[in-house]
Design a protein around this ligand. Sequence first.
Ligand code: NAD
Length: 469
Amino acid sequence: MALATGHLPHSPGDRGGYFNVVDPATGGAFDEVPDQRPEELDSVVDRAHAAWHGWRADPAARRTALLAAADAVDAAASALGPLLTREQGKPLTESYAEVARTAARLRYFAELDIGTQPIADGRPVRSELRWRSLGPVAAIVPWNFPLQLASAKFAPALAAGNTMVLKPSPFTPLATRMLGSVLADALPEGVLTIVTGREPLGARLASHPGIRHVTFTGSAATGRAVAAGAAASLARVTLELGGNDAAVLLDDVDVEEIADRLFWAAFRNCGQVCMAVKRVYAPARHYARMVEALAHRAMTTVVGSGLDPASRLGPVNNAPQLARVERCTARALADGARPAAGGHRLDRPGYFFAPTILADVPADSPVVTKEQFGPVLPVLPYDSLDEAVRAANGTGFGLGGSVWGTDLDRAAAVADRLECGTAWINHHAELSLAQPFAGVKDSGVGVAGGPWGLYGNLRPFVVHRPEEV
Ligand code: NAD
């Protein structure tokens, strides 16, 4: 399939203005998309509702369409990948991985069997649990993994028999729009509609009376607003929010052996990962060597445009996020932190920030207590393991966490004490499509991933009938 990477045709519903999309590697605008008005949502949701009746009725046709959609995504990878890098900033290899994950997720959910389950309770009735779709689902996603997070919404929702209206972040709407046109060849009209626009488009979508489930990924503050909006129509809400994941190193850790994995667990996608390692707690006797090993990697990693094959790290995605990373780092330095590497913006066009390792950071500095969401990693020493676990659990977030050491049983016992949705031993942020994904505290509400993600898009329906005698 030949796809232009430039201007995409505007859909008939588009009227009014457009807004620019900026290449974060240059800081300059390179394309524009429609700034759709909230009033347009009425007809979009109506179409999603009309399409739902046919889409939910035939599971076999759905499966065939979703598998065809996955093939179409793979076939369009050479167009989707570079466009994603252009608007998001990440290295091209990571964009291609994101496209591949999108296709894999479509296949995974297409093949999941919804099934029916008998309910046995000893009474002479036959009770059967069936599952029904909900109706039009609204999805709102952020700019760090535009395609991967969009597919985490639409693959389970559509496989369950729902239709969807999906709103990408205004910072990264282009690859998602292109994905929408790729999927349009495989899916019936109205099953998946992409809308682009600035606020209050998302707020209006979340509170639209025709929407039956709002599935949101983004910050905790916006998640609260989305939940409040959805409350008006009592739509179901799934929120995947921020994280401030801690990596706790044990005293038997092999510093050199883990340094690469730990560095990339924090810096992949320029640290703009909900479940990146955002704080490291190291035993005092390994502290200096760990700081040095991470700082060495920070100083030698090639930072540049994601389109340059030599780049391992791209720019921060957008100007407000760069300003936030700068503020957070400046405050840590003012609080007494020592920049073992970086600590500043790079002096070149675009939104580049030097990979930064901060040592001697006060525990109450915002770079430790809040989510920095950028290429900055504080490393903190500890004396007692109880103190480290208490600190790891001591923020308002609870998305992921990890424990690093050579005695795996001991590490697993420490991991058990972390208050979060997923804990890893000796690595971080690797997720299987088949596992549940959920956060505690301010990190989220509801469950995505695996069969749990599918059932999050379904409602139970029970049929009782007398046992035949
Ligand atoms: P954000 O909350 O600012 O925006 C997310 C989305 O919501 C965007 O599409 C935005 O346009 C839209 N939006 C903004 N205001 C809205 C409103 N009032 N009502 C409805 N929608 C609105 O987040 P961001 O800056 O785009 O993304 C970064 C955040 O996302 C970080 O906190 C990060 O940890 C989190 N995140 C979480 C996960 C996860 O799975 N838990 C994954 C990736 C990112």
